[in-house]
Design a protein around this ligand. Structure first.
Ligand code: SAH
Length: 456
């Protein structure tokens, strides 16, 4: 059940940390040692002693070039007959994760440990360093391990329900260097919290914010919904493709900032924007793709389910004085359906749709609506080639042909791969009429639903 949850959702703020079910947002805490004999012409690869128990880095020990080729083959098998370019990899494929989770507990001797859950159990594999996580974040987690000993803070025991501290999440900003520490507790009360915050900041002046997140539920989710700011702004800000973004604890943000830029640049190239287009950014998170596109389009509509991400997106657009973007909070499929059914005056000609759904892929409702809105291009960004392949087949039935695919390695040493695909409409005739009712008259909009949507 927990594993299934992890597989289905991409918004890792809410997921527990089983490495063999890890997604791009799950923690991957591993030790870095060098081992293995060097083969002629082959670079020595990093190995991790926790690899088997952790399961987070499925490609441990595999030369990086081989990892990239393997990922390209996986994408090719999933997307079928189309041009699949070689994977765009990283120059230095280590310490790329800007978000780090650690589960806290105690070993048999009562020592405080932090790390990942061993596969299928609630036992924590204690780990201190990881070759793919931000090293500064790992250092903060090590300090917290020491501090909770001296502050006598109890770690939470899932079986007995006793204790306080469950997890620590650290988010680091690639460009600005800001750092957010989230302490996940079962209760909103952290004894001696001011002293704790002071001690942590003394050791790590690079921390720009500390948040107490309350998670008192017996679920596989890491974060609860309530955040109490202990220090700083309660979020980090980072820069990406020329814009500045606010990233709150619960909002989705791509974990590999360097490769996100590569991914977005490819997505923009595929969209072929000229400045005249009306664009949809579906599954928009905090609005990063939409705001990147807004500089090259007439107007952009962002749609996102997570209210916290939408709040961030609205703030981001305001701060960047990005006036040609509007955000709606709701299910992307339902929003698109409403758009199709909208009154004529409100209907918009959509030229390009960017879609970046979670691991489970898109919905038929969404894709049906895209086909009826009939954009010239659809740029599909996917973190799961299997659901991507499934959705591309459906799009084909709806008259959209996938032209080419560019995989981007966002998650070196793991078996995860991101890919961007551009689809074009095969023909336009007959499609427009489907947007009207049986009488041929445009259907009126669903105003009840519209009220539910939040708009800048
Ligand atoms: N495009 C963004 C986010 C991609 S992650 C980026 O590049 O950062 C996928 C996003 O889809 C998450 O923010 C998640 O909250 C959102 N999401 C999940 N299901 C959704 C749905 N049914 N409708 C709209 N958004 C959804």
């Amino acid at each position: 059940m927990k594993g299934q949850l992890s597989q289905q959702r991409r918004d890792g703020n809410q997921k527990k940390t089983y490495r063999n079910h890890q997604t791009e947002n799950q923690m991957q805490v591993q030790k870095k040692v060098v081992s293995g004999k060097k083969q002629p012409g082959e670079k020595k690869e990093l190995q991790c002693p926790f690899a088997q128990k952790c399961g987070g880095c499925q490609y441990q020990g595999m030369p990086y070039a081989q990892q990239l080729e393997k990922k390209r083959q996986i994408v090719k098998e999933c997307v079928g007959d189309m041009l699949v370019h070689p994977v765009l990899g990283m120059e230095k494929p280590t310490h790329y994760r800007n978000k780090v989770h650690a589960a806290f507990g105690r070993d048999k001797k009562g020592n405080v440990i932090s790390g990942v859950y061993e596969n299928g159990s609630h036992r924590i594999v204690p780990v201190t360093q990881c070759m793919i996580e931000d090293a500064r974040a790992d250092a903060v987690i090590a300090t917290i391990r020491d501090l909770i000993k001296s502050f006598k803070i109890k770690t939470y025991d899932e079986d007995s329900g006793y204790g306080l501290l469950r997890h620590v999440m650290v988010r680091t900003a690639h460009v600005t260097g800001e750092m957010l520490v989230v302490l996940v507790l079962v209760s909103p009360i952290l004894p001696a919290k001011n002293h704790f915050v002071k001690a942590l900041r003394q050791k790590h002046p690079e921390i720009t914010s500390i948040v107490l997140n309350v998670n008192d539920r017996h679920t596989s989710m890491v974060l609860g919904e309530r955040n109490i700011i202990l220090y700083g702004k309660g979020y980090i800000e980072d820069e990406l493709c020329g814009n500045r973004y606010r990233i709150s604890p619960n909002s989705f943000y791509q974990v590999n900032s360097i490769q996100t830029k590569v991914l977005y640049e490819k997505a923009m190239e595929y969209a072929k924007l000229t400045g005249k287009e009306t664009v949809i950014d579906a599954y928009c998170g905090i609005g990063t793709i939409g705001m990147t596109a807004a500089a090259r389009a007439k107007q952009v509509i962002g749609i996102e389910l997570n209210p916290s991400a939408v709040r961030d997106a609205i703030t981001n657009a305001k701060h960047c004085s990005c006036k040609n973007i509007t955000f709606y909070q709701g299910d992307a499929g339902e929003y698109m359906r409403e758009m199709v059914a909208g009154a004529k005056a409100e209907r918009q000609e959509i030229d390009v749709v960017f879609m970046d759904p979670p691991r489970s892929g898109s919905s038929e409702m969404f894709m049906d609506a895209v086909a009826l809105l009939a954009p010239k291009r659809v740029v599909y960004i996917s973190c799961d080639p299997h659901t991507l392949g499934r959705d591309l087949k459906y799009f084909r039935k709806k008259g959209y042909k996938a032209l080419e695919c560019q995989p981007v390695d966002m998650f070196p040493y793991t078996d995860k791969i991101e890919a961007v695909v551009v689809l074009c409409r095969e023909e336009r005739t007959g499609q427009k009429n489907e947007r009207k009712g049986k009488s041929g008259v445009a259907k009126s909009g669903n105003y009840r639903y519209k009220e539910k949507l939040r708009k800048v």
